[in-house]
Design a protein around this ligand. Structure first.
Ligand SMILES: NC(=O)c1ccc[n+]([C@@H]2O[C@H](COP(=O)([O-])OP(=O)(O)OC[C@H]3O[C@@H](n4cnc5c(N)ncnc54)[C@H](O)[C@@H]3O)[C@@H](O)[C@H]2O)c1
Ligand SMILES: O=C(O)C(=O)C[C@@H](O)[C@H](O)[C@H](O)COP(=O)(O)O
Ligand SMILES: [Zn+2]
Length: 423
């Protein structure tokens, strides 16, 4: 089925048959497109069915809905799940609100449920406790009670913040996730990790707290900058390496299709990544064992984000470098073949023009001291053994880590300088 144009303006590139997004010539919605009407029309343009993946965690079970045109029905479905909703707070950024806020609000209008939209500026630097405190005060001063529903409309930063807010406001209120970045759809909206950064490191404060449901509306990716799409795909590369060799193979064979945002390819990648994460979270909700594998690439990736003050690199890009270092470490220990190590490195590079950064290996290794997987002085490090299999090693010495990071830095410096990144 072809996509029908949503608006007569020529700059709205939703031409019949165009089923891609995330590319440079992609539709940027104008105000006239952010009406409910425009979103209603999109119902006629659905290519694939909506899929539903269940997350059966120890403390909660919920559905992740993946498909097009999901935002207009978010209100009705969320209210049905919450049973009693006195009022709603939609937590989003000004830009995402302008692009995608209208269909969400229209759903609550139709149910005559009062709502208020609270804005958080875009950017990882706002994922901090001062933002949480300001939002908590806004909830209280606007009469939020225990029957209040929060809606996280945005990327991983907004999802992590809103989830944490929901976990601690009046010791817990319900919330739903409406992820609007690829990264948030494949990873951060699922599994119940919520929180904020501290100066000492990434995600050092937070709670495990699950949403009532996740609505991953693939239409929202139409307005996502290509760099963000590509950074999100690094978490899908991660999913392939740690537990799903078929996903890895698919991403290897379909780089152009996936990078260009072909809708069917993206839906496949989102579904596979979410299913993998749901399986892992079902087995180990609180990260006491198996869930640590979802942190593949993150020990060094988080250190890079912290060392660069959460500016310059996107989360997925930092994780890309972290996966390269981890692959080289696996190769150096002799647990990963040179061929598989190179496949991982090549796939990371295939999906992002990873920006360079200027931090020494010593500093990065020092920063891994704050990793939450370090307990009683022992770091659990995720080492790839083959495509689709990793091990949780507890005997990785700092010197070994430093050598792997040095190798990653040498490779980074040897690569052609990527084109300037667009924010
Ligand atoms: N909780 C978890 O399990 C988990 C998993 C992975 C990552 N994370 C966290 O997620 C965060 C990264 O998330 P992210 O990559 O989504 O970044 P993000 O939330 O910063 O969003 C990226 C950018 O895209 C913009 N944007 C979002 N949706 C858009 C849309 N549809 N159209 C146009 N622009 C849009 C945002 O305004 C922002 O500028 C990090 O803080 C990371 O630690 C958490
Ligand atoms: O869900 C998980 O578990 C993950 O590790 C997913 C990661 O992609 C994500 O970046 C997560 O926020 C990392 O959590 P942290 O506890 O290591 O900070
Ligand atoms: Zn991550």
């Amino acid at each position: 089925m072809a996509i029908t144009p949503q608006c007569a303006k020529p700059s709205h590139t939703g031409t019949p048959g165009d089923k891609s997004f995330g590319g440079s010539n992609l539709p940027q919605l104008h105000d006239c497109c952010t009406t409910t009407n425009a979103h209603d029309k999109r119902a006629a343009a659905i290519i694939n069915d909506v899929s539903e993946i269940r997350v059966e965690a120890a403390s909660a079970s919920y559905s992740v809905h993946i498909g097009q045109n999901l935002l207009p029905s978010l209100a009705a479905q969320s209210v049905a799940l919450a049973k009693k909703v006195s009022r709603v707070f939609i937590i989003t950024s000004p830009d995402i609100d302008r692009l995608w806020g209208t269909p969400v609000r229209a759903g609550f209008d139709a149910l005559a449920i009062p709502y208020k939209t609270l804005h958080v500026p875009a950017g990882e630097q706002h994922k901090r406790l001062s933002t949480i405190e300001r939002l908590l005060e806004e909830l209280a001063s606007n009469g939020a009670d225990r029957d209040t529903l929060l809606v996280a409309l945005g990327g991983g930063v907004l999802g992590d913040l809103t989830g944490f807010l929901a976990a601690i406001y009046m010791r817990g209120v319900p919330f739903v996730q409406a992820p609007t970045t690829l990264l948030a759809q494949v990873d951060s909206s699922v599994g119940g990790k919520t929180g904020a950064n501290l100066k000492a490191g990434k995600n050092l404060v937070g709670a495990f707290y699950h949403p009532l449901a996740v609505f991953a509306d693939l239409d929202t990716l139409k307005t996502l900058p290509p760099r963000e799409l590509q950074a999100g795909l690094q978490e899908c590369v991660k999913a392939g390496v740690i537990r799903d060799s078929a996903l890895f193979d698919y991403m290897e064979k379909n780089v152009e299709l996936v990078r260009s945002g072909d809708l069917e390819a993206i839906q496949h990648v989102v579904e596979a990544s979410v299913q993998m994460k749901a399986d892992v979270v079902a087995a180990d909700e609180r990260e006491s064992g198996e869930r640590m594998i979802l942190n593949f690439g993150h020990t060094i990736g988080h250190a890079i984000e912290s060392a660069t003050h959460y500016k310059g690199l996107l989360h997925g890009e930092a994780i890309g470098w972290g996966m390269i270092a981890a692959a080289r470490l696996g190769e150096a220990r002799g647990v990963l073949s040179e061929a598989d190590s190179q496949r991982i490195v090549d796939l990371v590079y295939a999906y992002s023009d990873l920006p360079r950064f200027n931090v020494t290996a010593e500093r990065l290794v020092m920063l891994t001291g704050n990793d939450k997987k370090k307990r009683s002085g022992t770091l659990s490090f995720i080492v790839p053994k083959a495509i689709g299999t990793v091990e949780i090693a507890q005997d990785v010495e700092d010197v070994e880590l430093q050598e792997a990071v040095e190798q990653m830095l040498v490779e980074m410096r040897a690569r052609p300088i990527p084109p300037p990144v667009m924010p």
